[in-house]
Ligand binder design. Structure first.
Ligand code: NAP
Length: 249
């Protein structure tokens, strides 16, 4: 895909995984990107370099920040506007999982961390998008098939946090429709990124991938393609939608 996207796209968690692939897809398609990351400077620099190799030095910027922190979220959007101008698209992507276990074994600190990053963080980013997006812009929330499947004995806290993104998508699409702003949710299935190792199960993709109806895990690029479509004018009449990119799971 080339030259299907113009404007300025803000991506949270753009240094690795699905966010990184989305940043690459956006600059390849013609947009300028500002992405955030939590702390992995090396990964952020790698994504900056990869974007610049595709579309030149002026196509991308990165800013460190935590989506749980209101000031960081506000600063990210301000930075994007100051550096590149009006924001036309937002990808609400940063999220985490925690180690697999039944809900009965989870402590309150973990429940709080997952909820703060995946729900409070996503709400703060969506609120800022509602304030700062240009009319006729596009917000894409990165949810999960876990919202539908429930993730029993793995992480029902995570599944519940992603269920919140489904509801956020439906409600905010109705609030922002009169401004022409589209709000959609992409729900990835099992995608080969670092998130599984960070949740303590690096083998999860190799174990569960073959069990998907398509017989394999997904790649981050395959999710990025759906996000890119939702950001673009090609999706001009799509809003309030939950789009599963899950190999049939
Ligand atoms: P990932 O490879 O672990 O990358 C996570 C990204 O989010 C990194 O850029 C990380 O920054 C950033 N991040 C983490 N916590 C943050 C915070 N508090 N504030 C700001 N940035 C933060 O994850 P992924 O697999 O690409 O997942 C991206 C999204 O897709 C998540 O919302 C996830 O729930 C969802 N998803 C993933 C899968 C899957 O199978 N991979 C399936 C369904 C849904 P650093 O690099 O600085 O750490």
């Amino acid at each position: 895909m080339s030259s299907i996207l113009s404007g300025v796209i803000v991506i949270t968690g753009g240094s690795r995984g699905i966010g990184r692939s989305t940043a690459l897809a956006c600059v390849r398609a013609g947009a300028r990107v500002v992405f955030s990351y939590q702390g992995n400077e090396q990964a952020a620099q790698s994504t900056l370099d990869a974007c610049r190799a595709i579309a030149g030095n002026d196509c991308v910027l990165a800013q460190r920040g935590d989506v749980r922190n209101e000031d960081d979220v506000i600063a990210l959007f301000e930075f994007a506007r100051e550096q590149f101008g009006e924001i036309t698209g937002v990808v609400n992507n940063a999220g985490i999982v925690a180690p697999s276990m039944p809900l009965a074994e989870m402590d309150a600190e973990r429940l709080s961390r997952v909820t703060e990053i995946n729900v409070l963080g996503a709400l703060l980013v969506a609120r800022q998008a509602a304030r700062d997006l240009a009319d006729n812009g596009s917000l894409v929330n990165v949810g999960s098939m876990a919202a539908k499947l429930g993730s029993p004995n793995e992480y029902v806290d995570y599944a519940a946090s992603k269920g919140a993104l489904d509801s956020l998508t439906v409600g905010l699409s109705k609030e922002l429709g009169p401004r022409g702003i589209r709000v959609n949710c992409v729900r990835p299935g099992l995608i080969a990124t670092d998130i599984h190792a960070s949740g303590g199960r690096p083998e999860r993709v190799a174990e569960l991938g073959p069990l998907c109806p398509l017989g394999r895990p997904g790649e981050a690029e395959e999710v990025a393609n759906a996000i890119l479509w939702l950001l673009s004018d090609a999706a001009s009449y799509t809003t309030g939608s939950l789009i599963d990119v899950a190999g049939g799971r």
